[in-house]
Design a protein around this ligand. Structure first.
Ligand SMILES: Nc1nc2c(ncn2[C@@H]2O[C@H](COP(=O)(O)OP(=O)(O)OP(=O)(O)O)[C@@H](O)[C@H]2O)c(=O)[nH]1
Length: 141
C-alpha cells in the first residue's frame, strides 16, 4: 500500500505521544502482515533511544478458512520483535484474547516505567556519591 507524506507524518505524531503500542494485522491479508516490520521500524526510529512496549496481534481469527498468515509466522515475528503475540477476533472474542492483549500491553508499560524509575534513582544516587567524593577530596587537599 502506498502511504502519503501526510499519512507518515500523522503516524509519527501518534507514535510520539504513545507509551505502548499494539500492532494489528489481518490473518486473512498477507499484505497487512508484511506492513508490520516497516511499521515497527518506524516506531523504533520515532521513539529512539527508548525501547517501546509492543504487542503483536493477528486479528480475524474467526476467518481461519481464508487465513493467509500462519500462527507460527506471527509467533516468529513477535519473537524477533521481542514482544507478546496474540491471535484474536474482534468479532468473536470467545477466548478473551482482545482484552488479554490490552492487559499485557499495560503490564509491559508498567514494567518499563518501573525499570526506568529504578535506573533514574540509581543515577541520582551516583550523582550524590560523586558530589560527596568531590567535597571530601577538596577538604582533604
Ligand atoms: N470476521 C471478522 N471481521 C472483522 C474483524 N475485525 C474487523 N472486521 C471487519 O473488517 C472490516 C474492517 O474493519 P475496520 O475496523 O474498518 O478495520 P481497518 O483497520 O480499517 O481495516 P481495513 O479497512 O481492512 O484496513 C470491517 O468490515 C470489520 O467488521 C474480525 O475479527 N473478524
Amino acid at each position: 500500500m502506498a502511504h502519503s507524506k501526510e499519512d507518515i507524518q500523522q503516524k509519527e505524531g501518534h507514535m510520539r505521544w504513545g507509551d505502548g503500542f499494539i500492532i494489528v494485522y489481518d490473518i486473512t491479508d498477507r499484505g497487512s502482515f508484511e506492513e508490520v516490520a516497516p511499521l515497527r521500524n518506524l516506531l523504533e526510529e520515532v521513539k529512539k533511544p527508548k525501547n517501546v512496549p509492543l504487542v503483536l496481534v493477528g486479528n480475524k481469527s474467526d476467518l481461519d478458512h481464508v487465513r493467509q498468515v500462519g500462527t507460527e509466522e506471527g509467533e516468529r515475528l513477535a519473537a524477533e520483535m521481542a514482544c507478546a503475540f496474540y491471535e484474536c477476533s474482534a468479532c468473536a472474542d470467545e477466548g478473551g484474547a482482545v482484552s488479554e492483549a490490552f492487559h499485557e500491553l499495560c503490564r509491559e508499560v508498567r514494567r518499563r516505567k518501573a525499570m526506568q524509575g529504578k535506573a533514574r534513582r540509581r543515577s541520582s544516587t551516583t550523582h550524590v556519591k560523586q558530589a560527596i567524593n568531590k567535597m571530601l577530596t577538596k577538604i582533604s587537599s
